[in-house]
Design a protein around this ligand. Structure first.
Ligand code: NI
Length: 248
């Protein structure tokens, strides 16, 4: 269930039974010629919703703008600086912790967020370390990437082999096609060339990846494959979230 469609009284009742929440986190950034700008937010959101149906837990509002400075040379991309995103995550968690949420399961859709999310968790845990009398000592955060489960890595390999690449991947595009079948795009493109080197800033990224993809043949995506990826990732989230809730 979505926090947005509950009342405060329903949340109060939920907190008497359990204290966990799934927080989808992604990005708003170009995903090549056929990938939706919201791909990295749509994927964890749809997978979180699916997992929550089984878990009976709340899904919080998606943090849909992330650390994407390297995509800013493409129209429609939005970036938060790492320092801004750290504060967004911190305030999001501490707001919910005030009324009793304790375990925060972040389901991430954007590789560029990983370092910043980890830094935000350290910032949150530092509240207790630096203030021994802190009144919310039980807050615990966990990061999982929807594309990082072994179930998804092996399914992506089976579906796309070495054409998966690392940005605007056919796997992530497939998930958005499954979620939004009315927004499937078709643009002619060649197979993506291999990645020549690591990128630096936004202009550098565009100069070495002119259509936005990194080694990924997005055009191989199908909504049917997307459905399989959502089911597999949601099943992994169910197991991983359940284990997280049981952690001593
Ligand atoms: Ni992506």
């Amino acid at each position: 269930m979505r926090l947005h469609t509950m009342t405060w009284m329903e949340v109060d009742a939920y907190l008497k039974e359990q204290n966990g929440i799934i927080v989808p986190i992604g990005s708003t950034e170009q995903h090549g010629p056929i990938g939706l700008i919201g791909t990295d937010s749509i994927c964890p959101e749809v997978i979180a919703d699916r997992a929550a149906e089984t878990l009976g837990c709340i899904v919080g509002p998606t943090i849909s703008v992330g650390m994407a400075q390297h995509h800013l040379a493409f129209a429609g991309s939005i970036a938060l600086r790492p320092s801004t995103l750290i504060l967004v995550i911190r305030d999001y968690v501490l707001s919910l912790a005030r009324n009793g949420f304790e375990r925060f399961y972040f389901l991430n859709g954007h590789g560029g967020n990983i370092a910043t999310i980890s830094a935000a968790f350290s910032e949150i845990h530092a509240e207790k370390s630096l203030n021994p009398g802190w009144e919310r000592p039980h807050v615990r955060c966990k990061l999982a990437n929807w594309f990082g489960f072994e179930s998804i890595r092996s399914l992506s390999r089976e579906l796309y082999g070495d054409r998966e690449g690392s940005h605007a991947t056919p796997s992530e595009v497939a998930v958005t096609q499954f979620a939004y079948p009315g927004h499937i795009k078709s643009v002619a493109m060649d197979p993506a060339p291999p990645r020549p080197r690591a990128f630096l800033d936004a202009d550098d990224y565009r100069s070495i990846h002119p259509d936005g993809r990194i080694g990924a043949d997005s055009f191989l995506a199908t909504p049917e494959a997307g459905g399989r990826l959502v089911a597999a990732s949601a099943a992994s989230v169910v197991d991983d979230y359940t284990a997280f809730m049981k952690e001593a």
